[in-house]
Structure formats: structure tokens, C-alpha cells
Design a binder for this molecule. Structure first.
Ligand code: CP
Length: 465
């Protein structure tokens, strides 16, 4: 499938075959860097960074320069008309009329999707709040493939702030798709969000296993907390029902993917002090344990204390290689999206799940305070839409930030014979969650909300069943 004119908002916008083809092109570009200098002549990349960045911004800009293109750049929202209250949709339309491709980093989750919806040119998500960072994942996967040749069957531990860290969300999806086993080691209160776990287990065939915490003090074992996930198709561990966490760890870990505490995404909460104090650190002592003998130490960087400097000279450390590989990987991506290079990748079964979409004209809104869809400047034009990812309980996934909501009441816009008596709302736990056609579904957060739109409670609500 051609990549020209497509956008990269989430890692699921690329198939596995397309990712592998992109890596082949990155290899080719690395081997002949000086020959790429005319590929994007006359093309302009707009680099819009509304959050701090060193690696992503500078590697994208370096990549475009090495391809012979030009860059226009914003690194401060206060220097744009967003500061005057302009919507990001309007900004996207305008910048899309100046530039051939847009790279955007923004603190709101789903912001890159809105830009992609309105710009009219390819858009690359360089990080949207705590949602995703797909090009970091390309650098991470490329590094793993370079060092280990393949991803399938590897055992990769994600470490640190799994709740707010966008890099680990994109990476977990990709690792599951490529058939790696994923071990989770979150900091206290920083577990992988439930909506990410749901996607890993329902869409990528993963099997979730929770373990009791292991005492790291006595045995020196990697202090794996609680969660273990492995794709079951195919995977030998699926046939080991009594496997213990110790057995798991004795098998070794291929990569330890360390992340910093995302301080900027913490709430102003007294508990945050405890989170900081107990944040897990990776150092030489930990890496001396047997299970880490051959472990690659990875980190998207920047680091702020969770990864000791005394590991930098260790041949297992990969983090500066990950950053350096950002240039050829992003050169390949820009060239493919602009259509100045083409690659062939095998036709694949659809890797994206197709869910019915709830277009919530009435009723519910996303409840994630960081979601682009509920921000004051965006709410006037945005289409509130959710994928219907489950019926029992009714589970709606926001199409922008992917957070889930579980509305307790539902109704049908097609209220039978059109008589007011049949204009009823029901408990979302009733059979109506299955029976109402997705295109007719209306979901409500409260009974008051349903009744304010003229719906009366059905006996399913009155009997609370
Ligand atoms: N890894 C990463 O996104 O780094 P920057 O924030 O410096 O771009």
C-alpha cells in the first residue's frame, strides 16, 4: 500500500509490513546519506512544537535538511495565534496551505488527529500529550531490529511511568503486533492505563497475567510488580499455565525500556511526592543481575535520574543509538509520506479493528481533561465520536485520545412508532446495549440528562436492572 499523502497519528496507521519497508529505506539512506540531498528539494516541512523537545524536533528538522527540503518552525505556542484563542483546526488549515508536510507536538491528547483531519497535507504526530509518540516507536523498533534482527519472541520490559508516558503506549502496541512478550514494571501509581491494556488484549491477541509483587530486596530479582502480557498466537508461554514470575525472569529480559517520570503530566496532588520518592531506578547494580546479562538498556530520553550515568559506557546501553537513528528513520518517513520514495510491502490483513462509531450528538462527552475534544477553543467545531468497543458494559472509546467511558444510560434515536410513550431510556446493562443499532444509539451520563431530552425511564431503569 502506498504511503504517499497519508498521516502518522498513531502507530496503528502503519502496518507491520510498511514499518519493515520503512526500515529498509532507512538502511539505504544511512548507507548513502550524501545522495539524498535532492530528494525533497522545493518541499517545505512545518515543525510545530508546542511542548519542549530536543531529539524529535531537531532530528525531524535535520532529516528534512538532509533530504534537501526547507523547514519552517514554531517552538512556542505563545508565539502563534493559538495564544489569541485560534483553534488548532484553523491553524492546521492555514499551515497546510503553506507547507507540504506538518510535524506537530502538542500537550492535548488527540491534537495531532485534529491537525491531520484539517490540514490537507500529511501530518506526523511528534507526541500528543500522554497519548502516543509513534515516531519514537519507529526509532525504538529500528534499534531492536538492528541489535537483535527480529522482534518476535523477545521479552521486553517497560519500566517507569507507564501511565503518562506516550512512548510506552505506542511501543506496547507495536511490540504486541510484532509478537514480543511485554513485561510491565510501573512506578507506584503509574500503571499502564486500562484502555491500553484492553487494546493489547482484545485487538492484538495478548494474554494478561498478573503476578504478586516480587521481593527485590532478598533475592535480587528484577522487582516485577504485577502485570505480564504475552501474545498467545503463537507463544510457548501460553502453554505454561503454572509459570511463576521467577521462572519468567530466569529466562532473561532482552530489553529494559526505561522512561522518566512525566512530571509535567502529574496532577497537583499530595501523593505525587511519594510517586517521585519511590520511582524505580536502573543502575549498574541492577544490571549485574543474571537475568540482565544480555539485556539492552533503552530509553527515549531525556533522563532525569531514573537511569544512572555509570551505564553509558556499557555495551548494553542503546539510548544514544536510539536518538541517533532518529534521523534516517525520519528521513525515510518524510520521503514516503511526500511520495518522493516508494517501497513495496506485502498486502496484509487489515491490522486495524473496525468498530461501529457512536457520533454522540446528544449526551456524553469525553471525560479526559487533556482530550482535545473538550477544550474551549475546539469544542465548537469538533465532532464528538467514540468507537463502540464493548457492550457489556457499554464501552465507548474516544476517537481522539482513546480514553474510554462507560455511560450508564442509553436510548434509541429511532423510538419505534414515534409515539412519546415509546421514547424511553434504558440501563446500559440491559439487552438494549446489544439491540439498539449503533447508528441509532444515544448514550447518557445521568438520568437527568436523558430526561431533559424528553426520554422517560423504561422498566429496566426503574427496576435498576
Ligand atoms: N524522545 C523524545 O521525544 O525526546 P524529545 O522530547 O527531546 O523530543
Amino acid at each position: 500500500m502506498a504511503l504517499v499523502n497519508r498521516s502518522l497519528v498513531t502507530i496503528d496507521d502503519l502496518s507491520n509490513g510498511e514499518i519493515e519497508a520503512l526500515f529498509s529505506l532507512a538502511d539505504e539512506m544511512t548507507d548513502s546519506m550524501s545522495e539524498q540531498f535532492t530528494l525533497c528539494q522545493g518541499k517545505v516541512l512545518a515543525s510545530l512544537f508546542f511542548e519542549p523537545s530536543t531529539r524529535t524536533r531537531l532530528s525531524f528538522e535535520t532529516a528534512m535538511h538532509r533530504l534537501g527540503g526547507s523547514v519552517v518552525s514554531v517552538a512556542d505556542a505563545k508565539a502563534t495565534s493559538l495564544a489569541k484563542g485560534e483553534s488548532i483546526a484553523d491553524m492546521a488549515r492555514v499551515v497546510g496551505s503553506y507547507a507540504d508536510i506538518i510535524v506537530i507536538r502538542h500537550p492535548w491528547e488527540g491534537a495531532a488527529k485534529v491537525v491531520a483531519d484539517y490540514a490537507g497535507v500529511p501530518v506526523i504526530n511528534a507526541g500528543d500529550g500522554g497519548h502516543e509518540h509513534p515516531t519514537q516507536t519507529l526509532c525504538d523498533l529500528y534499534t531492536i531490529v538492528k541489535e537483535r534482527q527480529a522482534i518476535r519472541g523477545l521479552r521486553i520490559a517497560l519500566w517507569g511511568d507507564l501511565k503518562h508516558g506516550r512512548t510506552v503506549h505506542s511501543l506496547a502496541y507495536a511490540l504486541a503486533r510484532f509478537g514480543a512478550t511485554i513485561l510491565f514494571h510501573p512506578g507506584q501509581g503509574l500503571e499502564m492505563p486500562e484502555h491500553v491494556i484492553r487494546k493489547l488484549t482484545t485487538e492484538y491477541g495478548g494474554e494478561l497475567r498478573r503476578f504478586e509483587a516480587v521481593d527485590a530486596g532478598g533475592g535480587g530479582l528484577f522487582p516485577l510488580d504485577a502485570i505480564y502480557m504475552t501474545p498467545s498466537q503463537p507463544h510457548q508461554l501460553a502453554m505454561m499455565p503454572d509459570v511463576s514470575v521467577q521462572v519468567e525472569l530466569e529466562m532473561g529480559v532482552d530489553a529494559l525500556y526505561v522512561t522518566r517520570l512525566q512530571q509535567e503530566r502529574l496532577s497537583d496532588n499530595a501523593d505525587d511526592e511519594g510517586v517521585k520518592e519511590s520511582y524505580p531506578v536502573v543502575d549498574k547494580k541492577l544490571l549485574n543481575e543474571k537475568e540482565f546479562e544480555r539485556t539492552m538498556v533503552m530509553h527515549p530520553l531525556p533522563r532525569v535520574g531514573e537511569l544512572a550515568y555509570d551505564l553509558d559506557a556499557d555495551p548494553r546501553s542503546m539510548y544514544f543509538k536510539q536518538a541517533a537513528r532518529g534521523v534516517p528513520v525520519r528521513m525515510a518517513l518524510i520521503a514516503l509520506l511526500l511520495g518522493v520514495k516508494e517501497v513495496s510491502s506485502p498486502e496484509e490483513d487489515d491490522w486495524k479493528h473496525d468498530y461501529p462509531v457512536y457520533c454522540g450528538g446528544l449526551g456524553v462527552r469525553c471525560r479526559n481533561p487533556k482530550c482535545v475534544s473538550i477544550q474551549d477553543t475546539e469544542v465548537k467545531y469538533i465532532k464528538h465520536q467514540f468507537q463502540i468497543v464493548g457492550n457489556q458494559p457499554l464501552t465507548l472509546r474516544c476517537i481522539y485520545c482513546e480514553h474510554e467511558i462507560y455511560p450508564p444510560y442509553i436510548a434509541s434515536s429511532d423510538w419505534h412508532d414515534g409515539t412519546l410513550e415509546s421514547k424511553k431510556y434504558h440501563s446500559a446493562n440491559s439487552h438494549w446495549a446489544r439491540d439498539i443499532k449503533p447508528e441509532n444509539l444515544i448514550a447518557f451520563d445521568t438520568r437527568d440528562e436523558a430526561e431533559s431530552h424528553g426520554f422517560k425511564p423504561s422498566h429496566f431503569v426503574r427496576n435498576n436492572c
